[in-house]
Write a protein that binds this ligand. Structure first.
Ligand SMILES: [Zn+2]
Length: 149
Protein backbone atom coordinates (compact mmCIF):
# COMPACT_ATOMS: atom_id res chain seq x y z
CA UNK A 1 0.00 0.00 0.00
CA UNK A 2 1.39 3.43 -0.96
CA UNK A 3 1.60 6.59 1.05
CA UNK A 4 -0.39 9.79 0.87
CA UNK A 5 0.97 12.98 -0.62
CA UNK A 6 3.03 15.53 1.30
CA UNK A 7 0.05 17.95 1.71
CA UNK A 8 -2.07 15.07 3.05
CA UNK A 9 0.63 14.14 5.58
CA UNK A 10 0.88 17.79 6.64
CA UNK A 11 -2.87 18.08 7.12
CA UNK A 12 -2.96 14.93 9.27
CA UNK A 13 -0.04 16.23 11.35
CA UNK A 14 -1.79 19.57 11.93
CA UNK A 15 -4.94 17.76 13.10
CA UNK A 16 -2.85 15.66 15.49
CA UNK A 17 -1.14 18.80 16.81
CA UNK A 18 -4.51 20.09 18.01
CA UNK A 19 -4.63 17.14 20.42
CA UNK A 20 -0.93 16.99 21.24
CA UNK A 21 -1.22 20.22 23.23
CA UNK A 22 -3.74 18.60 25.54
CA UNK A 23 -2.59 15.07 25.86
CA UNK A 24 0.25 13.11 27.35
CA UNK A 25 -0.64 10.41 24.83
CA UNK A 26 1.88 10.60 22.03
CA UNK A 27 1.86 8.41 18.94
CA UNK A 28 5.22 6.98 17.84
CA UNK A 29 4.36 8.03 14.30
CA UNK A 30 1.51 9.24 12.11
CA UNK A 31 1.18 7.78 8.63
CA UNK A 32 -1.11 8.40 5.66
CA UNK A 33 -1.89 5.33 3.54
CA UNK A 34 -3.09 5.65 -0.06
CA UNK A 35 -6.42 3.83 0.14
CA UNK A 36 -9.92 4.91 -0.87
CA UNK A 37 -11.59 3.23 2.09
CA UNK A 38 -12.04 5.80 4.90
CA UNK A 39 -10.31 4.30 7.92
CA UNK A 40 -7.94 4.94 10.83
CA UNK A 41 -5.97 2.50 12.98
CA UNK A 42 -3.71 2.61 16.01
CA UNK A 43 -1.21 -0.25 16.23
CA UNK A 44 0.06 -1.49 19.63
CA UNK A 45 3.52 -0.13 18.67
CA UNK A 46 1.82 3.33 18.95
CA UNK A 47 1.90 4.11 15.23
CA UNK A 48 -1.33 5.72 13.99
CA UNK A 49 -2.52 5.31 10.39
CA UNK A 50 -5.16 7.23 8.44
CA UNK A 51 -6.17 6.62 4.83
CA UNK A 52 -6.39 9.16 2.03
CA UNK A 53 -10.08 8.14 1.80
CA UNK A 54 -10.61 9.36 5.37
CA UNK A 55 -8.80 12.65 4.66
CA UNK A 56 -10.96 13.23 1.59
CA UNK A 57 -14.15 12.52 3.54
CA UNK A 58 -13.67 14.51 6.75
CA UNK A 59 -13.24 18.20 7.53
CA UNK A 60 -10.42 19.28 9.86
CA UNK A 61 -12.49 19.06 13.07
CA UNK A 62 -13.77 15.60 12.12
CA UNK A 63 -10.26 14.44 11.27
CA UNK A 64 -9.10 15.63 14.69
CA UNK A 65 -11.99 13.67 16.25
CA UNK A 66 -10.96 10.51 14.37
CA UNK A 67 -7.39 10.94 15.62
CA UNK A 68 -8.67 11.54 19.18
CA UNK A 69 -10.40 8.15 18.98
CA UNK A 70 -7.12 6.52 17.89
CA UNK A 71 -5.23 8.20 20.75
CA UNK A 72 -8.03 6.87 22.98
CA UNK A 73 -7.00 3.35 21.90
CA UNK A 74 -3.39 4.05 22.91
CA UNK A 75 -4.47 5.54 26.23
CA UNK A 76 -6.92 2.69 26.97
CA UNK A 77 -4.19 0.17 26.26
CA UNK A 78 -1.83 1.89 28.69
CA UNK A 79 -4.49 1.95 31.41
CA UNK A 80 -5.38 -1.71 30.92
CA UNK A 81 -1.72 -2.71 30.99
CA UNK A 82 -1.36 -0.73 34.21
CA UNK A 83 -4.34 -2.58 35.70
CA UNK A 84 -3.07 -5.95 34.38
CA UNK A 85 -6.37 -6.80 32.78
CA UNK A 86 -7.74 -6.67 29.27
CA UNK A 87 -10.95 -5.13 28.04
CA UNK A 88 -13.62 -7.25 26.41
CA UNK A 89 -13.82 -6.92 22.63
CA UNK A 90 -17.13 -5.04 22.84
CA UNK A 91 -15.68 -2.45 25.17
CA UNK A 92 -12.67 -1.52 23.06
CA UNK A 93 -14.31 0.91 20.63
CA UNK A 94 -16.55 2.51 23.26
CA UNK A 95 -13.61 2.98 25.60
CA UNK A 96 -11.56 4.64 22.83
CA UNK A 97 -14.56 6.83 21.95
CA UNK A 98 -14.93 7.92 25.59
CA UNK A 99 -11.24 8.75 25.95
CA UNK A 100 -11.30 10.43 22.54
CA UNK A 101 -14.23 12.60 23.67
CA UNK A 102 -12.25 13.65 26.75
CA UNK A 103 -9.32 14.65 24.53
CA UNK A 104 -11.61 16.61 22.20
CA UNK A 105 -13.28 18.46 25.07
CA UNK A 106 -9.84 19.36 26.46
CA UNK A 107 -8.91 20.62 22.98
CA UNK A 108 -12.00 22.81 22.72
CA UNK A 109 -13.74 20.62 20.13
CA UNK A 110 -17.30 19.41 20.79
CA UNK A 111 -17.44 15.60 21.17
CA UNK A 112 -20.49 15.62 18.85
CA UNK A 113 -17.97 16.10 16.03
CA UNK A 114 -16.85 12.49 16.54
CA UNK A 115 -20.40 11.22 15.95
CA UNK A 116 -20.53 13.38 12.80
CA UNK A 117 -17.23 11.89 11.56
CA UNK A 118 -18.44 8.34 12.23
CA UNK A 119 -21.70 8.97 10.37
CA UNK A 120 -19.74 10.16 7.32
CA UNK A 121 -17.53 7.05 7.44
CA UNK A 122 -20.56 4.77 7.82
CA UNK A 123 -22.30 6.33 4.84
CA UNK A 124 -19.24 6.42 2.56
CA UNK A 125 -19.56 4.09 -0.48
CA UNK A 126 -16.12 2.55 0.17
CA UNK A 127 -16.99 1.49 3.74
CA UNK A 128 -17.74 -2.26 3.83
CA UNK A 129 -21.38 -3.06 4.63
CA UNK A 130 -20.36 -5.32 7.55
CA UNK A 131 -18.77 -2.33 9.34
CA UNK A 132 -21.89 -0.17 9.25
CA UNK A 133 -23.84 -1.72 12.11
CA UNK A 134 -20.96 -1.28 14.57
CA UNK A 135 -20.56 2.34 13.45
CA UNK A 136 -24.28 3.00 13.98
CA UNK A 137 -23.99 1.53 17.48
CA UNK A 138 -21.11 3.88 18.30
CA UNK A 139 -22.93 6.91 16.85
CA UNK A 140 -26.00 6.16 18.98
CA UNK A 141 -23.83 5.78 22.08
CA UNK A 142 -22.09 9.11 21.38
CA UNK A 143 -25.41 10.91 20.84
CA UNK A 144 -26.79 9.48 24.08
CA UNK A 145 -23.61 10.56 25.88
CA UNK A 146 -24.04 14.06 24.43
CA UNK A 147 -27.64 14.24 25.67
CA UNK A 148 -26.93 13.24 29.25
CA UNK A 149 -23.99 15.63 29.69
ZN1 LIG B 1 -11.27 2.19 17.19
Amino acid sequence: MGHGTEPEARRAALAMDRLRVQSWVQPAGLHVLANRRPAAFAWPDRHVYVTTGLLALLDDDELTAALAHELGHLQARDRHLAALRGPTADDIETRADELGCELLTAGGIRPAVLARALAKVRDAPDTPVQCREALTHRIEWLRLRDEIQ
